[in-house]
Design a protein around this ligand. Structure first.
Ligand code: GTP
Ligand code: MG
Length: 344
């Protein structure tokens, strides 16, 4: 008995010792479902009781990770506080209401603004296309297209995944797979570039604390740190034969899979890797891929429109669902102007 208890204790201790920490922020417009998602996570995953839990901070355990998640408000006042968390966050979860077409332009502006912030550059971002249970919810492929996500992510040099989900379904424990898979993906992506993110975080923190003494509180950090980050990335990656230079980004179909219902979409910097080969300690995929989850009960037929030259689909492309978008919304391309004009 004593031996059993001792081995249990040493197993627990080893697990504690090997647990990896990660910090994530959940952001997105108000009413997108962030808090319901947080509650769903809290129901699904064990939490770390002794750690500080506030209404906005929750610490959860998933696999070998201990993940601190900040649920931030999405109203205009709340959005002003987001930048205070950018430095400490190693990854971002951006939640959008897939059924609220009226606010999709606001999502685009907000996301563009977010991704243009240098404190966010290079950090993995999981976009949760929430409320897929609603009849008028749009599909991830259309969201990717409308938000011009590929272009944004290329500028930001981040890994990105769009995951369709329903916080309500998850909360009712009807379908929690997309959320858990999404969380696993971002944790694996953080893990893959952990040292890089930590080093970057440290350099940002020291710069911010220096700036705080000389500038007004809350003032944005200067842009000059960005080249340093890129330099760092280059240095780190060169021995592996990778480069963080801007290279074309594109979603690639996982071989053998076709566009299916409600597919999640993953972007990464284009890196050549053998198929099925994973990098990172926990086997996180590091390749550019378009990933399809197995979620079947949420939406009717999904159509992925590929804008790239390479046609990776074996079947002829289907037409875009005509009634999904306002024509005006599809035609407008405000992205470039937004970089110039977006003011908060
Ligand atoms: N149908 C449906 N409703 C949802 C879903 N997720 C959230 N909601 C509803 O959306 C509303 C807003 O949800 P919240 O979680 O409070 O939104 P939030 O993003 O935290 O909003 P702020 O804290 O104001 O930024 C609530 O009425 C939820 O019940 C979903 O997946 N499906
Ligand atoms: Mg909330």
């Amino acid at each position: 008995m004593f031996r059993l208890l001792t081995s249990c204790w040493s197993w627990l201790k080893t697990t504690e010792d090997t647990r990896r920490n990660a910090t994530i922020i959940i952001i997105g417009l108000n009413n997108s479902g962030k808090t319901v998602l947080m509650e769903a996570f809290q129901r699904l995953l064990p939490s770390r009781m002794e750690s500080c839990m506030t209404s906005e901070l929750t610490t959860l355990l998933l696999d070998e990770y201990e993940v601190s998640i900040y649920d931030l408000n999405g109203d205009m006042k709340g959005r002003e506080t987001w930048p205070n968390y950018y430095t400490k966050a190693q990854g971002l979860v951006f939640v959008l209401d897939s059924s609220d077409l009226g606010r999709m332009r606001e999502v685009k502006i907000t996301l563009t603004h977010l991704l243009s912030d240098q404190r966010v550059a290079g950090k993995p971002i999981l976009i949760l296309a929430n409320k897929q249970d609603k009849k008028n919810a749009i599909l991830p492929c259309d969201i990717v297209e409308y938000l011009l996500l590929e272009r944004l992510i290329r500028k930001n040099k981040s890994l990105c995944r769009v995951e369709p989900c329903s916080a309500i379904h998850t909360f009712q424990r009807r379908d929690h797979q997309p959320l858990i898979e999404g969380l696993r993906w971002i944790l694996a992506a953080i893990d893959n570039q952990y040292e890089e993110l930590c080093t970057c975080q440290q350099s940002l923190t020291s710069r911010i604390s220096i700036s705080k003494s000389t500038r007004d509180f809350g003032e944005r950090c200067s842009l000059d740190r960005f080249p340093i980050r890129i330099e760092m990335s280059k240095e780190k990656r060169q021995p592996l034969g990778h480069s963080m230079e801007a290279r074309p980004l594109k979603p690639i179909l996982q071989k053998g899979l076709r566009p299916k219902k409600n597919a999640s979409v993953t972007f990464a910097l284009e890196e050549i890797m053998e198929e099925g080969k994973c990098s990172g300690r926990n086997g996180a995929p590091n390749t550019t891929e378009l990933h399809y989850n197995r979620s079947t009960d949420l939406k009717p037929q999904a159509t992925y429109i590929d804008n790239d030259d390479d046609d990776l689909f074996e079947e002829p492309r289907a037409k875009k669902r005509a009634n999904t978008w306002d024509e005006e919304m599809l035609l407008e391309d405000v992205c470039e102007e937004i970089f110039e004009t977006c003011e908060y």
